[in-house]
Ligand binder design. Structure first.
Ligand code: FMN
Length: 221
């Protein structure tokens, strides 16, 4: 049934889905902690892999809100940069003897190299908040998929609140870094991580442009 309320809900939902964009420039002002809490609550409402983490006594999803200028941000930033340097060295080494990888990873290697030259990790310390989300490793290992659902909910909520949001996927590389995990109070290797930056966006971005559904869909009827 398509009553007025359902039409209205869909108008708002479609608007939020279209307005969700990756913001990479933020204004310096901090948004309220209550807005951050509402974003985290949206993350908690996301689906999780119940069969994979169902037996854990301890809750399997955690949030760490790192404020720009805090001691934790100052400690985390060089650890993430060190990981970028490591990833870059390992990848460049692997590319030496693997022409297919050389082609496939060229863009990513360029990005890592730009980050190192600039000495700035996009999103880490460039936005008012860096939020790390942790999901306990379970079996089967589907934590990263679960985190993606969580982050998408957070992203949509941030959009609805008029806040900018940027995924920081290098955060996932920090899950086995002992110093980074110690900073969060987590045992290294027991959790998967993902991160995002949140703050007031510096720019207004146009809604997403995607191909028409029919161009990318095959119907088996
Ligand atoms: C798995 C995944 C990892 C991503 N990692 C990053 C990232 O580290 N930094 C970033 O700025 N954007 C990241 N993005 C955002 C994409 O670049 C972005 O969603 C895409 O370019 C489409 O733009 P839109 O989000 O504005 O629609 C990531 C997206 C996905 C799905």
């Amino acid at each position: 049934m398509c009553d007025d309320i359902s039409v209205q809900k869909n108008v708002y939902l479609d608007q939020i889905l279209a307005e969700r964009r990756s913001h990479r420039r933020f204004r310096p002002e901090f948004c309220g902690e209550d807005e951050i809490r509402r974003i985290l609550h949206a993350g908690l409402l996301a689906p999780f892999a119940a069969a994979a983490v169902g037996n854990s006594h301890d809750y399997f999803r955690r949030f760490f809100v790192v404020r720009k200028g805090s001691e934790s941000m100052n400690a985390a930033t060089p650890l993430v940069m060190r990981q970028v340097e490591k990833m870059s060295a390992v990848l460049e080494d692997a590319m030496q003897n693997d022409p297919a990888l050389r082609v496939k990873a060229a863009g990513f290697v360029r990005r890592l190299s730009m980050i190192q030259s600039a000495g700035v990790i996009p999103g880490v310390g460039t936005a008012p908040y860096y939020i790390v989300v942790a999901e306990r490793r379970g079996y089967p290992p589907v934590e990263l998929q679960s985190l993606a659902h969580c982050l998408e909910n957070m992203w949509l909520k941030a959009t609805a609140l008029g806040l900018g949001f940027q995924l920081i996927s290098v955060t996932s590389q920090m899950s086995r870094d002992p110093a980074f995990c110690a900073l969060l109070g987590l045992a290294p290797g027991e959790w998967e991580l993902m991160g995002c930056a949140v703050g007031y966006p510096a720019d207004e971005l146009s809604p997403s442009i995607r191909p028409p559904v029919e161009d990318v869909t095959v119907w088996f009827v």
